[in-house]
Design a protein around this ligand. Structure first.
Ligand SMILES: Nc1ncnc2c1ncn2[C@@H]1O[C@H](COP(=O)(O)OP(=O)(O)OP(=O)(O)O)[C@@H](O)[C@H]1O
Length: 754
């Protein structure tokens, strides 16, 4: 190691890199301030200002851990690897971890060194270098089967206290993870891996990699990451900002219908039924049930005359409307036109009747037509009828305009609606479970149904389209204004390296290009633009804990991603949902047949060997058998087991909290036991969306999915195991949450003094 740079030498390299970062920040700050001063109100919304502000935010986000690696190359070159790329007078000081040149940092081995002689992990605290870990990629020194990259840095990262927020892994990405992160963007990639194999971490880093590599294509459309619940999204929310990436929308399924945040908790059996593919047929039937013809003749009083609509009158109109193949609301005008024809004919017959048409003495009577009204009279009658509220109400009772929410509320709440729509699709005993009290909040499983209903009903979006055309015109005019001002103020622009990265927009953009850029900017400043638009199409969709999604949820996601550029991350062995898929092929074949790729992650970074062994023993009888991933480390700390009263449990938990230092602890319990434990363990934070940054939390298994803690106490494992048809999977999830210590406690309620 004597030829390697010393700590002090590395510190001085880091000083140069941070020095350049400071310079860049100052430059951008200066230009931002100058641009704001220069151009008054119009310019304040200009794309240049946006680019500077974005750049500054990026520079601020990478302060911690800016540079974390170095590659010494066989040709004598040397590359520092970091969170972003930094240049000085054209020379690279720091290579972005996502750039192709940085790849050997993650995948080089002694056997395939990719031209690297030494890989160095640089550990820093603030701007100070605190440790260097060097790996000499020398075939003679290679140990057979060695596959861990940067072992010391990795173990340090894995052994650190948890904070309640997930951290990025950019410094220690392993080769099998790197392959997934950098896999090409097109098509569906499934990432299957056991607990703690880094699926979530990999999914987030993949989002950052794709945005870096395909920025042009992806920044306008954005990347959607779907997670299982709001607590989980908070848990992962810091990772992308720490990688200086903001163009990603994080959402749960309950967030994916604009205007609704569906959080109502409902029985698992109800969720399972709502998720079945058969619900598409049931909803279609519910829509057809709202396209009625009158069972008894419908009497409509217009101008003191009674018009009558029979089933026979309406049937042809309904058939024509249905045969059009249009969604319900868009087919309605066809039905309305048919019914108005019928009513107008009745009025015309009444008022246009010539009482003398067959009078042999009448001179001007047409021999063949008994009616005196011409075409324009009939059109007037039709128009009057169409505007008559009584007629409209009658037509509405037969073929109403419906919103998705109205359709579902009526389906769940109006007597007989469910039974009729579910006939032949669901047994009556299951259909009845879907009943919902009026005014009850939406559950996450309602969101795919609302989305499906929106497809079946259709939206009359002519007004929205006209508004979009007007908006585009406004943007163009605005963009032209920005370009005029920019061209006028060109002399003020600074000219050096960094300015080259943000050129004067008047030089490179036409007004229409800038208008488009401004459109993208709206997305970037508010990913909610995508969230607010049901028809938004994402550039790439990443689904985490994908084994939990229902067939109906997949239909929704596929609609949001017609290009099928998707990363699907999950573990079938951890699925807790009733009706969860048996294979990824079952999930994906309806959409992409067999055109999807599978990548497997096999090493568990979270769970130490002692806890993984315990878990495998506890689940030895699971059917189908659970294949646990290989743990990357062992801690020497064996899991403990105890049995006792709630009071005894409280003292065990108190002891564990005392020993967790700055870390985090979770008690994971069967759903039914949580209320009693909340009382017995008042120091624990609990509830539907507990704050994971609190020292100790009480969670159900479903809540704990995807999370991790330094210490975990699992309560009543036997009850978790037998508590649901997927009890073995649930216990697998619960036992694999700790990074260090596991306790397993069985409560003996009968001897509890409370
Ligand atoms: N290469 C790595 N370097 C450092 N830490 C890592 C690495 N890979 C994974 N980890 C850490 O291991 C832990 C587990 O990762 P993650 O939550 O992504 O796993 P998972 O496969 O999604 O687990 P689960 O299936 O239980 O949800 C996290 O703390 C993560 O930061």
């Amino acid at each position: 190691m004597s030829s390697l740079s010393s700590l002090a030498e590395e510190q001085s390299c880091l000083g140069v890199i941070y020095g350049r970062l400071d310079e860049l920040r100052e430059q951008v700050r200066g230009r931002l301030a100058e641009a704001r001063l220069r151009a008054g109100e119009l310019f304040q919304r200009d794309a240049t200002i946006y680019a500077y502000a974005e750049r500054l935010a990026q520079y601020e986000a990478v302060e911690e851990g800016l540079c974390f690696g170095r590659l010494d190359l066989r040709d004598g070159g040397r590359l520092h690897i970091g969170r972003i790329g930094i240049h000085d007078t054209g020379e690279p000081l720091l290579v972005d971890w996502r750039a192709p040149a940085a790849r050997p940092f993650y995948v080089a081995t002694a056997i395939s060194p990719f031209g690297v002689t030494v890989r160095r992990h640089i550990r820093t605290k603030g701007r100070t270098v605190v440790a260097l870990d060097d790996e000499i990629l020398d075939l003679d020194a290679a140990s057979p089967g060695a596959s861990i990259v940067g072992e010391a840095a990795l173990i340090a990262a894995l052994s650190a206290n948890r904070t309640g927020r997930m951290r990025d892994i950019v410094e220690t990405i392993q080769a099998e993870q790197d392959r997934v992160i950098r896999a090409e963007a097109g098509g569906v990639l499934v990432v299957q891996g056991g607990p703690g194999t880094g699926k979530t971490a990999v999914a987030l880093h993949r989002a950052a990699y794709l945005l870096y590599t395909y920025r042009e294509q992806l920044s306008a459309r954005g990347v959607l990451i779907v997670g299982p619940n709001a607590t989980f999204l908070r848990y992962i929310s810091q990772v992308l900002p720490s990688l200086a990436e903001t163009g990603v929308l994080l959402a749960t399924m309950g967030d994916l219908y604009p205007g609704i945040t569906a959080r109502h908790a409902e029985a698992p059996e109800v969720t399972e039924i709502k998720g079945r593919a058969v619900m598409t047929g049931l909803l279609a039937a519910a829509v057809r049930d709202r396209q009625r013809v009158p069972a008894q003749p419908l009497e409509i009083e217009v101008d003191r005359n009674v018009l009558r609509l029979t089933a026979g009158d309406c049937e042809p109109a309904r058939r024509r409307a249905r045969d059009s193949g249009l969604p319900h609301n868009l087919a309605r005008p066809i039905f309305v036109a048919g019914v108005l024809d019928v009513l107008a004919a009745q009025v015309a017959d009444r008022i246009g009747d010539d009482p003398f048409w067959d009078d042999p003495l009448g001179e001007d009577d047409a021999l063949t037509s008994p009616n005196l009204l011409g075409e324009s009279d009939r059109a007037d009658i039709r128009g009057d009828l169409a505007a008559d509220p009584v007629v409209t109400a009658a037509i509405d009772s037969l073929w109403p305009v419906l919103t998705p929410a109205e359709l579902l509320i009526d389906l769940y709440g109006v007597a007989g609606a469910l039974e009729s729509a579910a006939s032949g699709l669901l047994p009556a005993a299951e259909a009845v479970l879907l009943r919902r009290a009026p005014g009850e909040d939406w559950a996450p499983a309602d969101v795919p149904l609302l989305d499906e209903a929106a497809e079946l009903l259709g939206e009359d979006n002519r007004a929205a389209h006209a508004a979009a055309v007007r908006e585009r015109g406004r943007r163009l005019a605005y963009a032209q204004g920005v370009l005029d001002i920019t061209a006028g103020s060109k002399a003020y622009e600074l000219e050096d390296d960094d300015e080259a990265a943000i050129p004067n927009i008047a030089d490179i953009m036409q007004a229409d290009m800038l208008a488009e850029h401004l459109e993208e900017r709206e997305f970037r400043t508010a990913a909610e633009r995508a969230a607010a638009d049901r028809n938004w199409v994402f550039g790439h969709v990443i689904v985490d804990e994908a084994q939990e999604l229902s067939p109906m949820a997949w239909r929704l996601l596929m609609r949001r991603c017609p290009s099928r550029s998707m990363t699907v991350v999950g573990d079938l062995d951890q699925s807790g949902a009733l009706g969860a898929p048996a294979s990824w092929a079952d999930v994906l074949s309806p959409y992409v047949a067999d055109r999807w790729r599978l990548a497997e992650l096999t090493v568990s970074y979270r769970t130490p060997a002692e806890i993984m062994d315990y878990t495998e023993r506890a689940l030895a009888d699971a059917d189908p058998p659970i294949v646990a991933p290989k743990p990357v480390r062992s801690t020497g700390v064996e899991p403990w087991e105890a049995t006792g009263t709630l009071t005894a449990l409280a003292s065990c938990v108190a002891r564990e909290i005392a020993s967790v230092d700055d870390g985090r602890l979770a008690v994971i319990a069967p759903d039914g036991l949580v209320p009693a434990l909340a009382t017995a363990l008042p120091a624990l934070t609990t509830g539907p969306s507990p704050d994971l940054e609190d020292r100790a939390v009480l969670l159900t298994v479903a809540q704990a999915k995807g999370l991790e803690f330094d210490t975990v106490v699992v309560v009543d494992p036997a009850r978790i195991l037998t508590g649901s048809p997927r009890g073995a999977n649930d216990l697998y999830v619960a036992l694999t949450r700790p990074t260090r210590r596991l306790g397993v406690f069985t409560v003996k309620v009968d001897v509890d003094e409370s």
